[in-house]
Unconditional design. Structure first.
Length: 801
DNA sequence: CATTCCCGCCACCGG
DNA sequence: CCGGTGGCGGGAATG
């Protein structure tokens, strides 16, 4: 047995924790002066700390206090074991909070604060070892940097934006996305059979990560002291931390399960070692890192529930990272850096060491793995083509599936009261004017109407000039964001008979329960406000299956995503507790530029939303595969390696919207998943009769692409799992709506459709009984199995005849 | 039992 | 060579 009372510190700790207002904490080494603009408040941190403490701890404290104050008599009795610090009190997370509380989030640039490990350890009463853990991850985020032994400089969150951007970039350059998908897929295949025999293909194809020996990603402005930083060998924790973060930044639903992360991180260093112990260790480390990141509020713990059971995972809650626009922003900083290579191009890249050793310019082209990927894809296609008819699943090709099909990629995110407050979304008095890094505001808090959450999806809220209604558009988290406005118009109104009710009626709670649970920390805070909070989050975690195919797949998201909502004032209320008002439209990634920059052309094609918008918001938004859009339509777009790879498959992006566009696109475009989307849109718009669109599908089937779709159906069954629950709930709602709509095909009504469709899609396999409208259902099912991506049931019906 | 992750041994490394 | 660093994994606490 260990002796708990190693250090009498306990009591002290408690003390510290309980007093929010005082500065009992040892004053930071340097004179603490909080810059006026600085949002940081000593108190706030402490409060958080406290709130973070689990109820148990608090109760314990109380007990203790009682005993103290009361009489000594009892003391003896309970004092025994009662007083134990309890593991939680020693948790790294808590420790980290305390640590962070010592320094301002945004220290004034003028004078730097230094961190002396000795002091810290002493003041926080912890073993040094623990501090290292914290500092290491902070260092990985460039929130601190090491000066010398025992000495660190505190940077606070100033560097965060850049760091994240850099990390994201590196993550993208890497094939993390693919890796994630690969792993997920593997799991899927693995499912029943204990053996992983056929894995070879993928293993080989991906080569997991041959090269990856990565070095620490550095930032320009940060004074990473001397070469020491890169001194080979250590940094493992730091590197791990960075990689971990990258995973979040790169993956579409910004949720990463520990398991996946561990596998990827392991895979990088050593080729496929399924060493069990190693895995365990990795997980341990990840927990350490995760705890720190959680303290920073960059991530939060959730659980993804799969059929197999629920698995621990983490969801990114940090700031959305900009799409990495041409380094523009960074230039200033980068200029400072004095990297060895003296290229004339100032960019983060230069300053940061690339993960992959590939020297010089690292083009994706050079990554053998990528090449392999492409090849394998082609092979798959071939296979598929050869046997088009059979809806057989081809494992190899699975990664082609759009993420949304597999798992859900969209979430309804609602904010907790707390979050709202923080964001200033509500009318919180002073919240807004924070001196946040100037760069990201654009996305996040446009109007105060709906809180922008940065959950997996970044919602944009657009005020509608005319109507005054605002809409929330969910953009694909990953890079590009397009900001455009469109008018909601009639769309908002649910068709009379239709299911408008559907969404509304749905009980938010149901949705919520399903998916994620928050960490204790959060929970603690929420309790008080449970009324509000309860409903909040209905996110789904779809980590698993998710994105098979890179971006293009995302494009397909169309399905999922459209959520319609009533946009009256109520929506506000509702939104707070429930969903944000307006349509939530997932634009996978469109342009990343600002709206302002959108050239006319672009607008027409991609951004056209505004113009076409009137006809139907959905239309505009509806998603064509973003990737396609990018590649095809918009020259300006930044094309990532991934996109390129995919591009072959993706053919025409149907920019949609304008008739002209449509026609042109349809003509030129080869059939591909997007076509379905297109149809969908068209139908909605009323441009195309229901029947018409159908044709598209046939095409799909013949086309290589179709294979994907087929597969998709497959996957949906197994892989998605966790999503299942969510979708279910949603489904119900939708269904009702559908049936209603079904009857009357007026353009406006269509709105709800998408969602419904999606749901049904998921459902496909089992089919949730309950359906009164058999015909429609069966049809849809059928279609799906065939490989149709998603087509509104009604359409299906049409097509049928 | 499973998940979470604290503790601290001890190898390394850099001064 | 010494003391700061920080891999690493047992196994305790917690769920």
């Amino acid at each position: 047995l260990k002796t708990p009372l190693k250090q009498a510190a306990t009591s002290q700790l408690v003390l510290t924790e309980r007093q929010p207002d005082c500065q009992p904490l040892t004053p930071p080494p340097k004179p603490k002066e909080t810059p006026p603009a600085d949002p940081w408040t000593p108190t706030s941190n402490l409060k958080m700390l406290i709130s973070a403490a689990s109820p148990e701890i608090r109760s314990r404290e109380q007990r203790r206090q009682l005993s103290d104050s009361s009489s000594e008599a009892h003391l003896l009795g309970d004092e025994y074991e009662k007083s134990q610090p309890s593991r939680k009190e020693k948790s790294l997370g808590l420790l980290c909070h305390k640590f962070l509380a010592r320094y301002p989030e945004y220290p004034s640039p003028s004078q730097k604060s230094y961190i002396c490990l000795d002091e810290v350890t002493e003041e926080l009463h912890v073993e040094r070892r623990r501090i290292y853990d914290i500092v290491n991850v902070l260092e990985s985020l460039h929130m601190v940097s090491r000066l010398a032994r025992n000495r660190y400089v505190w940077h606070g969150r100033h560097n965060l934006p850049q760091t994240l951007q850099a990390l994201k970039k590196v993550g993208e350059e890497n094939k993390y996305i693919q890796q994630i998908q690969m792993i997920r897929r593997r799991e899927y295949e693995h499912e029943f059979e204990p053996d992983g025999e056929r894995n070879e293909e993928m293993a080989s194809s991906f080569g997991s990560s041959e090269q990856s020996e990565m070095s620490f990603v550095e930032l320009p402005g940060v004074e990473f002291r001397a070469a020491s930083v890169n001194g080979r060998k250590y940094k493992s924790l730091r590197v791990m931390s960075q990689k971990f973060v990258m995973l979040f930044l790169v993956s579409t639903p910004q949720i990463v399960s520990l398991e996946v992360a561990a596998k990827i991180l392991i895979g990088e260093d050593q080729l496929e070692d399924l060493d069990k112990s190693k895995f365990k260790t990795k997980i341990r480390r990840l927990y350490d890192i995760a705890n720190v990141l959680s303290s920073l509020k960059l991530i939060k713990k959730v659980h993804v529930t799969e059929e197999r059971g629920r698995k621990p995972a983490f969801k990114w809650t940090g700031p959305e990272v900009l799409p990495n626009t041409q380094d523009t922003k960074l230039e200033a900083t980068s200029a400072t850096c004095s990297p060895p290579s003296s290229e004339s191009i100032p960019s983060i890249e230069q300053c940061s060491k690339t993960l992959f050793p590939s020297k010089g310019k690292q083009n994706f082209t050079r990554h053998s793995s990528l090449i392999k990927l492409v090849k394998s894809i082609e092979n798959d296609r071939r296979k598929i083509q050869s046997a088009p008819t059979s809806p057989v699943k081809i494992s190899a090709s699975m990664y082609l599936f759009p993420s949304f099909l597999l798992g859900t990629s969209f979430f309804f995110v609602s904010l907790t009261a707390e979050e709202l407050q923080m964001k200033g979304a509500l009318s919180s008095p002073e919240a807004v004017p924070k001196p946040e890094p100037p760069q990201q505001p654009a996305l996040s808090q446009p109007l105060g109407v709906c809180p922008a959450s940065h959950s997996s999806v970044s919602p944009l809220i657009l005020p509608h000039p005319q109507s005054g209604v605002s809409y929330a558009i969910y953009l694909h988290p990953s890079q590009a964001h397009t900001v455009t406005t469109y008018s909601p118009g009639f769309m908002l109104q649910p068709p009379p008979g239709a299911n408008a009710t559907g969404i509304k009626s749905s009980n938010p709670k149901e949705l919520n329960k399903i998916t994620t649970e928050e960490g204790d920390t959060q929970r603690a805070m929420e309790e008080p406000t449970k009324s509000l909070a309860a409903e909040e989050r209905a996110d789904t975690k779809s980590e698993t299956s998710s994105q098979r195919c890179l971006k293009r797949s995302q494009a397909l998201q169309e399905n999922n995503l459209i959520k319609r909502r009533k946009s009256d004032e109520e929506s506000l209320d509702t939104s707070l507790t429930f969903f944000p008002s307006g349509y939530l439209i997932p634009l996978t990634h469109c342009t990343h530029g600002n709206k302002a920059e959108c050239s006319n052309k672009e607008k027409a094609g991609v951004c056209s939303l505004q113009h076409s918008a009137y006809s139907s918001p959905i239309t505009g938004v509806i998603p064509m595969p973003a990737s396609e859009l990018k590649t095809v339509n918009i020259p300006a777009f930044h094309i990532t390696p991934l996109n390129i790879m995919l591009s072959p498959n993706s053919i025409a992006a149907a920019p949609v919207l304008s008739n002209s566009c449509l026609s042109s696109s349809s003509t030129s475009s080869a059939p591909n998943p997007s076509s379905s989307a297109l149809n969908f849109m068209l139908q909605h718009i009323g441009l195309i009769p229901a029947g018409v669109q159908v044709p598209a599908n046939p095409v799909l089937q013949h086309v290589p692409v179709s294979s994907q779709s087929e597969n998709i159906s497959h996957n949906s069954g197994s892989t998605n799992v966790q999503e299942g629950k969510v979708s279910k709930n949603t489904l119900q709602l939708d269904r009702g709506g559908l049936s209603g709509n079904y009857a009357a095909p007026s353009a406006p009504k269509e709105l709800q459709e998408p969602q419904a469709v999606t749901e049904s899609f998921f459902r496909t396999p089992g089919g949730p009984n309950t359906e009164p409208s058999p015909s429609a259902n069966s049809d849809s099912t059928q279609r799906i199995s065939q490989g149709t991506l998603y087509i509104p049931q009604r359409k299906l019906e049409v097509s049928e005849d």
